[in-house]
Design a protein around this ligand. Structure first.
Ligand SMILES: C[S@@+](CC[C@H](N)C(=O)[O-])C[C@H]1O[C@@H](n2cnc3c(N)ncnc32)[C@H](O)[C@@H]1O
Length: 284
C-alpha cells in the first residue's frame, strides 16, 4: 500500500506529462510530436507546440483544461525566450484572453504578467534551496530579481535582514513592488530599478553577505560586480550559467573550472564548495 501523499504526488507529476493527458484524444503518430512538459502559472497554462502538433491545438488545450480545473487560459509560446528582459511571445489559444496571473509558491503569492516579465515555476525548488541557506541577519543582493520570487521567498523563509532586489525591466520592478505589498515584506525587500552593475557601483558596494545571480546569460560578465557587492569580509555568491556538455562530460565540473579561472584572474580568494544542474535545456 502507498500512502495517500505519495499517490497524490505521482498523480500530480503525471498531470504534467502532456503526451499522457492527450493520449486518449490524439493518434500515436501525432503524440510523438508533442513536447511533454508545460507550465502552470496561477490559472494560466503555457505550452510549446511543434509544427506537427500545432493543428491539434484546440484538442490539446481542452485536454489541459480538463485535467487542471483551475486553468482559465491556455497560452502557446510562439518563440524562444529572448532579449535583455528574457521575454517570450505568447498566443492565447483557449479560455480568457490574458497573460497575467497570481502564482502561489512556497507560501507566497506572485503577481506576474508572463508576456512582459520573465517567470518560471520550474525554479521553485532552487528558490527554496537558496532560502534555506540564508542565516539570521544576512543582507542579500539579488542582481537579477524579476518579479521578486527569490527575494520574497528568502525573506519569508529566513531571518534575513534585507534583500536588495534589482531588475532592469520596469514592468518586473512594478510587479515586484506589488508582490512586496501582497506578501507584506515592505522594508525587508527593496525593489530597485536599473542595471545591476550601475546600482552596485553607485549604491551597494560591500553591503552583502550573499549575492544571487539568477541570469545565466550575464553571470560570467557580471561576476566582478557580485564581488563588489559582497562585504569585505567575504560571503556567498550563487552563480548560474549555461553549459553545453556531451554525454561523457560533467557540466558542473565545466562551470566550476570556468568560474575558478575567472575568479583567479580577478585575484580573489575563493572556494567553490557546491554545484549542481538546476535545469536541463535542449539537447546536451
Ligand atoms: C532569468 S530572470 C530572473 C528570474 C527571477 N530571479 C525569478 O526567480 O523569477 C532574469 C532577470 O534579469 C533581468 N535583467 C537583465 N539584465 C539585467 C541587468 N543588467 N541588471 C539587472 N537586471 C537585469 C531581466 O529583466 C530578468 O527579469
Amino acid at each position: 500500500m502507498f500512502p495517500d501523499a505519495y499517490i497524490f504526488m505521482v498523480q500530480e507529476r503525471l498531470k504534467r506529462r502532456l503526451k499522457r493527458i492527450c493520449a486518449e484524444f490524439l493518434p500515436q503518430n501525432v503524440l510523438v510530436y508533442i513536447y511533454n512538459s508545460y507550465d502552470i502559472v496561477g490559472d494560466l497554462a503555457i505550452l510549446r507546440l511543434t509544427d506537427m502538433s500545432r493543428k491539434y491545438v484546440s484538442v490539446i488545450a481542452e485536454a489541459v483544461m480538463n485535467v487542471h480545473k483551475n486553468v482559465r487560459t491556455v497560452l502557446v509560446q510562439t518563440g524562444p525566450i529572448r532579449g535583455g528582459f528574457r521575454l517570450r511571445k505568447l498566443e492565447c489559444v483557449a479560455g480568457e484572453n490574458k497573460t497575467t496571473a497570481v502564482h502561489r509558491e512556497s507560501g507566497c503569492a506572485f503577481f506576474v504578467d508572463v508576456e512582459k516579465c520573465y517567470f518560471s515555476p520550474r525554479l521553485s525548488h532552487e528558490r527554496m534551496r537558496i532560502a534555506k541557506q540564508v542565516e539570521n541577519g544576512e543582507i542579500v543582493v539579488n542582481m537579477f530579481a524579476g518579479v521578486g520570487c527569490f527575494s520574497i521567498i528568502i525573506i519569508r523563509q529566513s531571518n534575513a535582514h534585507k534583500v536588495y532586489s534589482i531588475d532592469t525591466n520596469p514592468t518586473a520592478v512594478q510587479s515586484m513592488r506589488e508582490n512586496v505589498r501582497m506578501n507584506r515584506v515592505y522594508g525587508k525587500v527593496a525593489p530597485m530599478l536599473g542595471d545591476a552593475r550601475e546600482i552596485i557601483e553607485k549604491r551597494l558596494r560591500h553591503v552583502a553577505d550573499r549575492v544571487l545571480m539568477p541570469l545565466p546569460e550575464k553571470a560570467h560578465e557580471y561576476l566582478p560586480y557580485a564581488l563588489l557587492a559582497l562585504k569585505k569580509t567575504g560571503g556567498w555568491i550563487h552563480y548560474y550559467d549555461f553549459e553545453h556538455a556531451g554525454k561523457s562530460e560533467n557540466p558542473t565540473a565545466k562551470v566550476h573550472s570556468k568560474v575558478a579561472e575567472r575568479l583567479e584572474s580577478l585575484t580573489v580568494k575563493f572556494e567553490i564548495p557546491f554545484g549542481r544542474v538546476v535545469r536541463t535545456t535542449g539537447p546536451n
